[in-house]
Design a protein around this ligand. Structure first.
Ligand SMILES: *Cc1c(COP(=O)(O)O)cnc(C)c1O
Length: 424
């Protein structure tokens, strides 16, 4: 007949579950070491830091990185670029997206997804996410108009979107599918590598992602034509440097090329990724198994499955007030947590904070591309995606990485039980 005693919450002056700081929010950069150092030093010693060496492209680090990505994902083509944002812009251009088109994007993604569509002159159209944190296929279908040209499906927080549904909707409506894999590098969906399922896949190598070169990106596709178009846009001088036998007509391009230093660093990181993800996946499965027993917390059915890389933990509680209080209380217990949509923060992952979009503002003081489409009724307001806002408001997030050990998992569980007992 033991009486269960639960300590006072740390946020109310009780003893915290842990005093050690929570794990870093970084992954690949925590593992930078001898391998990357040697690869970068070799590039410095060669004194060739631009990918198009006089000896040809085949010997460059950037080409080697493209080859590794192709082998890793099983795609026919890969293009190294200087960021995830530029990969998205190149993918949209490759897909023929431009003025007069609409691009469906999730209401929860990094702002770059929305900006990339607007930058190529297309109108971003917001669709709801479901509890998986990825596009709700039903809302994608509801948002299709005769102007819809493409969908950017984002594998958010390491969770794969429902690709079967998205691909079948896209094929019924003749839409291009661009996968934004910036947050789920190395993930799979029904055994297929993310990025290889849609018409084009885009990756980021920025420091917050699974592996990193500080900045960098990759675009993959199985289509020669899409690859040529992306390659031409990523390098306006591609005629001279690369395109010996171009099969597409010329158009102006940017310079989104990756340096040899970044490519060498990325090659060192790529080899380390499988081991990192094996750890995060295993941790997340254990954690989800245990947290399923906590009745005050809701989890998506896809959490802890193949569709989950395990790089974050998101919990749904009853309402936004409880989420905010729980995030503060967990942080005080030593488990750094935050409310995913906090009306007082300017987090650029949530559509209401994409200021240019809400105001339909272009870089020149006007309203391009929204002003182009007289018939366009696309309107943005905090009410555009009410389900997403409500869901993210009652969502609490904790960063996970490969450094999380069994003791850390126990601390999460203990802190959550404590917080649930007092607050949820
Ligand atoms: C980081 C990120 C991007 C942009 O990548 P950068 O390399 O920072 O330009 C795009 N989409 C999502 C979902 C991201 O998380």
């Amino acid at each position: 007949m033991g009486v269960i005693t639960v300590d006072e919450l740390a946020v109310h002056g009780g003893p915290p579950v842990r005093t050690k700081p929570w794990v870093s929010k970084y992954m690949g950069s925590e593992e930078l070491g001898a391998e990357e150092k040697a690869r970068v030093m070799r590039v410095l010693e060669k004194k060739r830091i631009f990918r198009y060496l006089p000896t040809g492209i085949e010997s460059s680090e950037a080409s080697a990185l493209e080859e590794e990505y192709k082998a890793f994902l099983g795609t026919d083509y890969a293009l190294a670029v200087n960021s995830g944002t530029s990969a998205l812009i190149c993918a949209l251009i490759a897909a023929g997206v431009g003025p007069g088109h609409e691009v469906i994007i999730p209401a929860y993604t990094w702002v770059a997804t929305a900006a990339a569509a607007a930058i190529v002159g297309a109108v971003p159209v917001l669709a709801e996410v479901d509890s998986s944190l990825t596009l709700d296929p039903r809302d994608v279908e509801a948002k299709i108009t005769p102007r819809t040209k493409a969908v950017i499906v984002v594998h958010m927080r390491g969770i794969s979107a429902d690709m079967n549904e998205i691909m079948s909707i896209a094929s019924r409506h003749n839409l291009m599918v661009i996968e934004d894999v910036a947050q789920a590098n190395g993930g799979t969906y029904q055994g297929k590598m993310l990025g290889s399922i849609g018409h084009l896949g885009c990756f980021s190598l920025q420091q917050s992602k699974v592996i990193t070169a500080g900045e960098g990106g990759m675009l993959v596709t199985n289509s020669q034509e899409l690859w040529e178009r992306a390659a031409l846009y990523h390098d306006g001088a591609g005629y001279q440097f690369r395109f010996m036998e171009r099969t597409i007509p010329a158009f102006p391009g940017q310079n989104y090329r990756l340096t040899e230093l970044q490519a060498a660093l990325s090659l060192g990181q790529l080899g380390k990724m499988p081991a990192l993800l094996e750890k995060t996946r295993r941790n997340k499965q254990k954690l989800v198994e245990r947290l399923k027993k906590q009745p005050k917390i809701e989890l998506s059915p896809v959490f802890g499955t193949e569709r989950d890389l395990g790089v974050s933990l998101v919990l749904y509680v009853e309402n936004a007030e409880k989420a905010k209080a729980a995030a503060q209380a967990l942080t005080a217990e030593g488990i750094q947590a935050f409310q995913v949509y906090d009306a007082e923060s300017k987090d650029q992952h949530v559509y209401v904070n994409w200021e240019f979009l809400m105001a339909k503002r272009d870089p020149w003081g006007g309203s391009y591309p929204w002003s182009l489409a007289a018939e366009s009724t696309v309107d943005y307001s905090p009410e555009s995606c009410p389900f997403t806002l409500e869901l993210l408001g009652r969502a609490v997030q904790i960063h996970l990485n490969h450094l999380v050990n069994d003791e850390d998992l126990k601390d999460i569980e203990e802190a959550l039980d404590k917080v649930a007992f007092h607050l949820l």
